[in-house]
Design a protein around this ligand. Sequence first.
Ligand code: CTP
Length: 406
Amino acid sequence: MPLHKRDAMNGKRILLIIGGGIAAYKACELVRLIRKQGAEVTCVLTDGGAHFVTAMTLAALSENPVHTTLWDLKNEVEMGHIQLSRQADLIVVCPATADLMARMAAGIADDLATTLLLATDKPVMAVPAMNVRMWQHAATMRNVATLRSSGVTVLDPDDGMMACGEYGPGRLPEPDAVLAAIASHLDSQRAKGPLTGKHILITAGPTHEPIDPVRYIANRSSGKQGFAIAAAAAQAGAKVTLVAGPVNLPTPPGVTRIDVETARQMSAAVDAALPADIAIMVAAVADWRSAGEANQKIKKDGSGHVPPLELVENPDILASLCKSARRPPLVIGFAAETNDVLAHAKAKLARKGADWIVANDVATHKMGGEINALHIVSATGIESLGEMSKDAAAVALVQRIADVLA
Ligand code: CTP
């Protein structure tokens, strides 16, 4: 169903925190777009932000007072900062600079913006914008992961030419795209969908199993089907935790994402995310990892001798979850097969102890593609959904889940 922005946004209150980056000028346009959808905007301008746009501009566009400091006696008497942080339906940090996200991730509260972000009990969305190297820096990646795992929706920046002349990810998404993400977030909060009140835990993507610091064992999973299921589940009102292997996909709105690399990390993240009402294990977990990960790059020794690669089996996350005392009431596994698809899926259902195995034929629909034909195999029989886009397949699967819960 197409999202009608105005339906989702009319009458909502957005607290917009403007960080100190050149992309701050786009926040002015965002204020205008949000207001056009019938929502109210209150702006908080950081000291850095004030170097790029003025409080006057934001006050005129929002038709609301602009807050700039913790130490404003008049503001504090009329509207304490705690109250300011609680009266919004959504807090949007745009642009979210590397520094602002670092302080958010660390729980620092040394100005009005970070104090509001620490004091709030409302959902927070951050829209990053920074130089490509700053975005890709391990410290920023860590901070983004921390924020995401604590429930902040961090949008992915756009790719492209930056104000500083470099090229790559780090550009603020266009105001229209930010508006769409805000509408979608508010819509998912509003959605009293069939999965409202349910916590759904999803794994997606491949895992990477290191051989040495530069080589790893991987597979062709793109993560698209798992991410589409996470999006559809959030859209249906569920609280969604998505444990994602290394993929190149944006986080669906309203979804809490935990990034992992190896099967063992995925297993630990699944454990930490419990309890859940429903688990959907879509990830193509590597069955084996190297028995002895070298801590230095393995070199050719010139003799033509090939180094041995001994493998050990990874933990079976799905099978362990099914056996665990904290087993969710509905556990769904996936089976990507190249032959005898349904027979393998039936065998897997019994072997793993899942309630359903969703099978797909990766000989016909190659891993990483856009199309899937899913077969839901359960104790009661097999339902084949037919060939469709991964997004449509996700919506259909979520509908089946809602049907059995009803
Ligand atoms: N799975 C898992 N942990 C593993 C391997 C698989 O959680 N170590 C899950 C997958 O996420 C999927 C299901 O188990 O939901 C089936 O995965 P698949 O790779 O098809 O099954 P395998 O157990 O690896 O069986 P086989 O290699 O024999 O096909």
